[in-house]
Design a protein around this ligand. Sequence first.
Ligand SMILES: [Zn+2]
Length: 242
Amino acid sequence: MSVTSVDFMAIGAHPDDIELGCGGTLLRLAALGKRGVLVDMTDASMGTRGTPEIRAREAKAAAKVLKADRVNLGLPDGRLADGWEAQKRLIDQIRLYRPKVVITHHWREEHPDHETTSRIVKQAVYKAGLAKLDCAGTPHRPGRLFYFVGVELHEPSFCVDITPYWDAKLKAVLCYKSQFHNPDAREYKGKTDLASPAFMEFLSVRNRFWGSRIKRRYAEAFVSNELPEVHDLTAMGGERFA
Ligand SMILES: [Zn+2]
């Protein structure tokens, strides 16, 4: 099977990580006419609330909001390990979709699966370009790897204004009815941080904080190990608060 090259590939450990970490940025990319694919490493079978089947349905609905394809690699949740098996599954997807840009978790995160995902992605993005690799498909190395800033505080390389897409980001996040606070979904049992009403406030505060750093209402923050190449110094923000 071959797929034409996409502009971006966003990769998360569990279905809902992409939405929380960079959903607004992906909506902005979609508005620019960019095509992308979302890759979930695991089916979140260790999640306290819901089941993998429910999570898969929710992930499909969220991908519709984000206007992107979605793939699940089916790696074991809670036992995710950086090794050839995981790298190979991701390399297959990178060679199939041939993204220009890859976005994933920062390598230092609260959840160990997030850190492991970040390490697997780093390996796969580079190795997918090796001609002699024992993998199917034509070699392809994405041009840029960006890490979204999640729960842990990291100094970002840049922020993306997501103010016009904040409501749509929330809509994508709330597709995960089994995970987040929802007074109408009492069938999902189990106490988790995510399901606490305080979590949505926390998410809002996090994106408002990054927004305040670029004088916008909401933003998402990213780390890049490469220097961003700039073409127009007059198009780098810097407007005053509205
Ligand atoms: Zn996660």
